[in-house]
Design a protein around this ligand. Structure first.
Ligand code: AMP
Length: 436
């Protein structure tokens, strides 16, 4: 390939290029952090298995319309946070959240045939063009649990809340506050919305710029605003609980009774609303005061199915999703350890060309027997390899040198006692197994 003239001249001059770094708000998860990630992933899977959730993976790229219709055009996510892809055809975005794609897949593939309700879980990255700050990235990972179908029974609201709390408990994350509210339905929410608009209209000139906009587009979102003045007004704002219809009130009562039954402690939070439009009735947030952030949230979203399908359809659903970066941060802040990779108990030390050539084959024999063996084939000296074996805290070292290759043997060294024994090469796996 021809290099461009500009590039060649720069290279010739030896002009340094700026160091390339990850894009703003994106981060690498380095090997030293992976133990926590492993623990979060494994705990998510164990919880999913226990409560009988099936895994679903949806594409990272979706049509923009899915979120415009599903999440709602008056939300921050859709209004200003979606990553659009430049393509020649469809308007595509990187998914900003996981629930709308799951419901799209459920409707598209007729997953109601799998039983009622269908329990699905996912993990994966989400993308939002937000202002990065502590615990807020432009790419973050979520683990989500969705219960779809099942006639909107409050039992499932309670179960999804219990699942979120159990996951945090399994990770030994302490001092979690489960905040709960109900935001009503199509019948009662508009009444509340009007009351809220009446209240804030009188204060309009004193609201922040964003809230002035929200007042017309999505007044409930004013309750999410963190601006000091807006927070003051929020304290006296009408609460949705006073306007719930009897259906919603009974439903919420049902959720609380189920939670009481399992002894899950919650805090009723009358002004809790969620940033996404699709919620109705139950909304929940798992808040950790120590870090001042929510580790997860969710609720019921009975109307999402028909928004996605574009026709009247009854798809009652409820779910929670938890932020993996934030769970890792909480574990680290509270001094909870991660889960290390399984440690190897055997180290292969080879000395000389012949032994090195045969070492790979020997390792394969151990792999077949499911015994993890580590090595440092790039190293030559016995001393440096034994030092490494010591550092890895293995139980046994296998010493394989010129003489052993010639005689068809291997020396097994017990790293604690230093006792060594020579065994025939074809018996070494068996002998190691016996000693471990
Ligand atoms: P949401 O989809 O907004 O309900 O978010 C669910 C959970 O994902 C939140 O409770 C956070 O733990 C996490 N989360 C949301 N946005 C971000 C972000 N920008 N960076 C890190 N974690 C996030």
């Amino acid at each position: 390939m021809r290099k461009s003239a500009k590039k060649v001249s720069k290279e010739k001059k030896g002009g340094a290029q700026p160091l390339l770094q990850s894009a703003k708000g994106m981060r690498d998860i380095l090997p030293e952090e992976q133990a926590w990630w492993r623990r979060v992933r494994e705990a998510g899977e164990e919880i999913a298995d226990f409560y009988n959730f099936m895994r679903i993976d949806t594409p990272i790229v979706e049509r923009a319309e899915l979120f415009e219709r599903g999440v709602g055009s008056g939300t921050d996510i859709v209004e200003k946070e979606m990553y659009f892809l430049k393509t020649r055809g469809d308007r595509l975005v990187l998914r900003p959240e996981g629930t709308a794609p799951v419901i799209r897949a459920y409707v598209e593939h007729g997953l109601s045939r799998l039983g009622q309700p269908v329990k699905l879980y996912y993990t994966g990255p989400m993308f939002r063009h937000e202002q990065p700050q502590a615990g807020r990235y432009r790419e973050h990972n979520q683990v989500g649990f969705e219960i779809v179908g099942g006639e909107g029974d409050p039992l499932y609201d309670a179960q999804s809340i219990v699942i979120g709390a159990r996951l945090l408990h399994a990770l030994k994350i302490k001092k979690i506050i489960v905040r709960l509210n109900s935001i009503g339905c199509r019948v009662c929410r508009p009444v509340y919305r009007r009351k809220l608009v009446d209240y804030y209209r009188r204060l309009e000139s004193k609201l922040c710029k964003d809230c002035k906009r929200r007042l017309a587009a999505n007044p409930l979102r004013i309750l999410d605003c963190k601006n000091e003045h807006c927070l003051e007004f929020k304290a006296r704002a009408p609460v949705v609980m006073d306007y719930l219809c009897s259906g919603c009130r009974n439903h919420f009562k049902g959720v609380l009774e189920y939670l009481d039954e399992v002894g899950l402690v919650y805090v009723l939070t009358p002004h809790l609303v969620r940033g996404l439009d699709y919620y109705n009735r139950t909304v929940v947030e798992f808040f950790i005061e120590e870090l001042g952030i929510a580790l997860g949230g969710g609720g019921r979203y009975d109307y999402l199915g028909e928004l996605v399908a574009g026709r009247r359809m009854d798809v009652p659903a409820v779910g929670v999703s938890l932020g993996m970066e934030r769970m890792v941060a909480a574990m680290q802040a509270q001094g909870t350890s991660g889960r290390e990779r399984p440690k190897a108990r055997v180290f292969l030390v080879q000395i000389g060309e012949e032994a090195k050539r045969k070492a790979l084959g020997l390792i394969e024999k151990f792999r077949e027997a499911n015994i993890k063996v580590i090595e440092s084939l790039g190293r030559e000296s016995l001393k440096s390899q034994l030092r490494l074996a010591d550092r890895e805290e293995v139980d046994l070292a296998l010493l394989f040198g010129q003489r052993e290759v010639f005689e068809g043997t291997v020396i097994i060294r017990d790293m604690k006692s230093g006792v060594q024994e020579t065994v025939p090469l074809e018996k070494v796996v068996e002998e190691v197994k016996r000693r471990l």
